[in-house]
Design a protein around this ligand. Sequence first.
Ligand code: NAD
Length: 477
Amino acid sequence: MDQSLANAATQSLDELFHRQLDLSRKTATPSAAERLDRLNRLRTMVADNEQRFQEAISADFGHRAPVETTIAETLFVLGEIKHTAKKLKRWMTPQRVKTELQFWPGRNVLMPQPLGVVGIIAPWNYPLQLTLAPAIAAIAAGNRVMIKPSELTPRFANLLRELVAAAFDDGELAITGIEDGIGERFASLPFDHLLFTGSTRVGRIVAEAAGRNLTPITLELGGKSPAIIDRSADLSQAAERVAYGKLLNAGQTCIAPDYVMLPKESVGTFAALLQKSIARMYGSNASNKDYTSIISDRHYARLEALVADAASHGAKILQAASPADTAWKSARKFPPTVILGATAEMKVMQEEIFGPLLPVIGCASAEEPIDYINAHDRPLALYWFGNDDAARDAVLSRTVSGGVTVNDCLFHFTQMNQPMGGVGASGMGSYHGEWGFKTFSKLKPIFYRPGLSRLPDLYPPYGAKIARLEKLLRFLS
Ligand code: NAD
């Protein structure tokens, strides 16, 4: 990009930030009515432009199954707004907190306050959901919000920018440009909170930049999320649910099952059931409208290279078509791929797949998946299938992951009353529903000291009074 244009983009970014910062410091905390008005404008913007968002996202992907945009993006965002608007007044109400006896008749209150200016950096895979869902929480908490969408979804980013500019003052909510260098500049601004959704690699860079400003961060990252199929599982049901979880958005989902581990004697049956489920859901034709394209040629080539690397190390590749086939490649649709015999030396077991490839790994014991998971980065999601409660609880209690769905994939993410967030290399912090409201609020503890209280007994000169108070404290401690 032209250097003068890049300079102009970063300059207007800095100006925008300082305008929001000024407003956050110099104007009154937004009332519940103001926050609800902002949420309502957001709701209207999304609801009235559903079709335009769908078309823009589909054009950015090459093809995005329309139902996937409706369910995983539009309806998700509208649901989050509805839930938040309904609960907002209660979340905003200062909460009484217990006061210990020695401080009676003092009173403790926890007061939620907006942090100020919140920055949101979003990825491309669910561009509407991952820009707006954090914004809903940040707006509800009374913040001013700036969002940087991904440069890989330019049509969507331009549309969002245009619609937000029409519905909001840029001091309330603003969408930045996506020019080269904007992401780095954005991450270096001294936000009051920065939420980043994206890869673990870029997450490290963003965390470093935020650290220089002591900006608190929420990192919603990726990684390899396992699906464990216990020997007590209904294999056919598990295969269908894993296939759906994997192939939604063509595997370009942060919480998609990355690989499967199951008893080794079941690998053949499970792989056959998987292929059946895949054929039932998506057929074997690249033109299937329910199957989403890969976001870019670079990502398509990355997936081809992962398969070629696995094959060259001896893995068995099960595909209904070759990714090199013109019908598939020209539409950037990557044929669903089951990989048998994957080993640690293959790249497909080293990096997050983020596409429709599914390694299926046979295990000799129920311990093996637990040991494997604990020897690697903490996963963002974990899936367990089966009916043996003791086996399930062993996995749940001995592994740490961002979230879990038992006997299905993805659905823990859609629970409004549960926090969404990773752990370790898959992220830190969380949002969704009240968890998001709290993430973007300062929960300020306030102690109200009444006129009548024993606290003056603490002041010097220390004499008999303090001895009496000490006795009371010893009794209470
Ligand atoms: P990415 O890390 O490449 O990019 C994410 C965002 O960061 C983009 O907006 C990009 O422009 C920006 N960016 C890139 N370099 C930057 C820098 N140096 N400084 C500041 N910003 C920078 O990720 P992606 O390819 O867009 O998304 C895929 C990844 O996101 C996967 O790893 C996936 O698992 C993860 N993800 C996580 C969640 C979650 O909720 N945990 C959700 C969706 C995707």
